[in-house]
Every structure is written in C-alpha cells, then in structure tokens.
Design a protein around this ligand. Structure first.
Ligand SMILES: [Zn+2]
Length: 385
C-alpha cells in the first residue's frame, strides 16, 4: 500500500483482462454465422425487413426462404427459433430448406425467427454457446440461443409489458419474447416488429397454414403436443391421430387458450385467415432439476434426475434410459408438420400444399439428423444465419 496509484493501475488491468476474457467468447458467439444451403426447392430468399422496413440492418432481421411449387396451390409458413433455446425446430427448418421440393403450392421457411435471441445466451444457467451435429462431411455447428431477444438489440425493458392491442399485462421479460409479441405493430418494440413482419407476410400472401416449432420441458403439461385454436383443431386432431397410428409417436392436441394473449397459435388465427399450429417436442435440457446443462444433455436428452422423477410419475411424457434424443424430436416435428399439410390438402382440394424430399420420423431415427444437412463447401447457394 506504499504506492496506491500503482495498485489501482494493476487492479484496473486485472478487471480489464477479466472483462476481455469473459466478453470475447460472447462476442464470437454473437458474430458466429451458421451456413444454410439453399436446396433444390428454394426459388427465392426474402427478409423479414421486406415486410417491416424498420427491421432492415438490425440483428433482428432474418431470412425467409421461399419454395415455390411446380404447380400452384395453397401456402404454408414454417417458423423456428421463436425461442432460440429450443433448437429442434431450427434443425427441422434447415432440413426443410436444404431438402424439400414443393410439388404443389408455396412454402415459406424462417429458420431463425428470433434472430436476436439466437445471439443471446443464459450464463446463469450455464448454457453452452454452441452445439455440433455430426454429419458425413464433419460437424455442423449451430449457435445455442436464449428464450428472449438480446438486450443489445432491445433495451431497456419496461416494468410490465402491456400487450398490444389487448393491453393484457404480461411479465416485463415478455417484451423480448416473440411468442408474446404477436400480432405486433410496425412501430412497436423491436420484437413486436418481428412478429408484425410475419403477420404481414401471412396476410399479404394469403398463407393458409402457419406452423411454429417449439420445445417444452418434460415437467410442463403442455409438451409433446400440437397447440391449436378452434379453427385449426380438426386438422390438428386428424394429424395427431394419424402420426400415432402410422408412425407410432404421440403428439396430442392442446386447445389454444382464448384469454392468454400474444402467442402465435392465438393471434395468428385471430388477426388473419391463416390456420395456426404450434408444435411442442419435449426438451429435457430445459427442465429445472437436471444435471449440468451440457451439449450432450441438449442432444440426447438423457438425465438421471429426470429418470428418477419419471419413476415417481412427475413427468408429462414417458421417459426411460434412452432420454429424448434430438433425432426423435426433429423427426416428430417434421412428420407432424407434413401430416398437418396433408390433412389441410385433403380438406382444401383447391389449395393443395404438397412437399417431397423431406425425411419423416422413421428416417430421422434411422439415419440421424446430420444425414440430411448439405455440405456448404460443395454449394454455391449458401446463406448465413
Ligand atoms: Zn417455445
């Protein structure tokens, strides 16, 4: 303490070094780009900012892959990463973009709907920053995101989020949750603009079906299901029964609550002619009483604490030593989505949406997700998400 000035300089240096060491991995994560190959069905690529210009140039803007069919028909939109810590939907959407060919109708795919949340993380829960999926040509790396948009894009938060236009009072954090900001408005908080861009797409292009891919805890009652409002419930029920009978997995139907505002399965149906569906696949990683939040847990869904809770009947899904692996979750999403489109087409012969080239549940279980990712080094049509 003879020379307090030099002590201060040393301490300031230590603090600066810690800040750089802590911040550098977060900076790299925020700027890491995930390559997605535009597959044989992609005919053009739009942006959310084509529908809300004020998103242009922000990290909340996102690609909208458009797959126009060989024959005209109806239209469907797929959304993933509404919650960027539920990545099975993202993988399902990348498989769609890289493999699907549309025979009839038009399909829109937004793999990183909440692009800002995909650049956010949850250090308090020890989230990994990335996860790798093995493929024949090497590991394909994805950013692991968070449930809510990054405060670097949208800040400060209000004390209470007042939903627009219903004025229902929601938690302050939901102002950055793109499954509470529907239907949104063009000049509202940033995430309301993101939701509004999708609403504009649905209304302007007269989209028939919207499917929003999610994941939910095994201890949460609304999991392993299709959430549907009244107008979508018949198709949801037929799809649920068919995947159970033909492909052997459960995905029951949950009604969309009328008085809980801001959710895609509620507001899309109320503010457009589109039929909304929200698909939940179990994701043990998100349950609270698990071991460390590792990439392994995120991918294989195996956890000893959940296993013992399952034996005490505390989970809402069957659970054993096999966990709930990513291949199964992605397979459920793709098969259920294809079945919803098939049931819609059966009821609306003049508005068919028919896809080929998309693997189903049994294909994913047999081959693994990585089998269906294209090598970006071998394609000239690569987009970075
Ligand atoms: Zn979700």
């Amino acid at each position: 303490m003879n020379n307090p000035k030099s002590v201060k300089i040393v301490l300031a240096g230590v603090v600066a070094a810690l800040a750089v060491a802590g911040g550098w991995p977060l900076y790299k994560h925020r700027h890491f780009r995930v390559p997605v190959v535009a597959g044989p069905g992609v005919t053009k690529v739009l942006k959310l900012s084509d529908f809300v210009p004020r998103l242009k140039g922000s990290k909340a803007d996102a690609d909208v892959f458009v797959l126009e069919g060989r024959e005209p028909g109806g239209k469907a939109l797929f959304l993933a990463n509404t919650h960027a810590n539920e990545p099975a939907g993202l993988l399902a959407c990348v498989i769609l973009v890289e493999n699907a060919v549309v025979e009839k109708g038009t399909v829109y795919v937004v793999p990183m709907f909440n692009a800002s949340a995909s650049r956010n993380t949850k250090p308090g829960d020890g989230y990994p920053l990335y996860f790798d999926v093995p493929t024949d040509w090497g590991a394909k790396r994805f950013r692991m995101g968070n449930r809510d948009a990054s405060p670097l894009e949208q800040w400060p938060d209000p004390d209470v989020y007042i939903h627009y236009p219903d004025r229902q009072l929601l938690s302050y954090i939901d102002v950055r949750n793109t499954n509470r900001t529907w239907p949104g408005r063009p000049n509202g908080p940033l995430m309301e603009r993101v939701s509004f861009a999708a609403m504009e797409l649905l209304r302007r292009d007269k989209v028939d079906v919207a499917i929003d891919f999610h994941g939910a805890e095994t201890m949460f009652p609304v999991t392993n299901c299709i959430v549907a409002p009244d107008k979508s419930s018949k198709i949801a029920t037929l799809a649920s029964m068919t995947v159970k009978a033909m492909e052997g997995f459960d995905s029951h139907v949950e009604p969309s609550p009328k008085n809980f505002r801001g959710l895609s399965h509620r507001e899309i149906g109320d503010f457009s002619d589109t039929l909304p569906f929200l698909l939940e696949a179990p994701i043990p990683f998100l349950d609270q009483p698990t071991g460390p939040k590792t990439v392994k847990l995120m991918l294989d869904g195996k956890d000893p604490f959940l296993l013992s809770l399952s034996k005490k009947k505390k989970l809402f899904v069957p659970y054993d030593e096999d966990g709930w692996p990513m291949d199964k979750r992605v397979g459920q999403h793709l098969s259920t989505a294809l079945e919803i489109l098939r049931q819609f087409t059966k009821k609306n012969a003049g508005r068919p949406v028919v896809l080929s080239g998309v693997p189903r549940y049994a294909d994913l279980i047999r081959d693994g997700v990585g089998k269906y990712f294209r090598d970006p080094a071998k394609s000239s049509k690569v987009y970075y998400e």
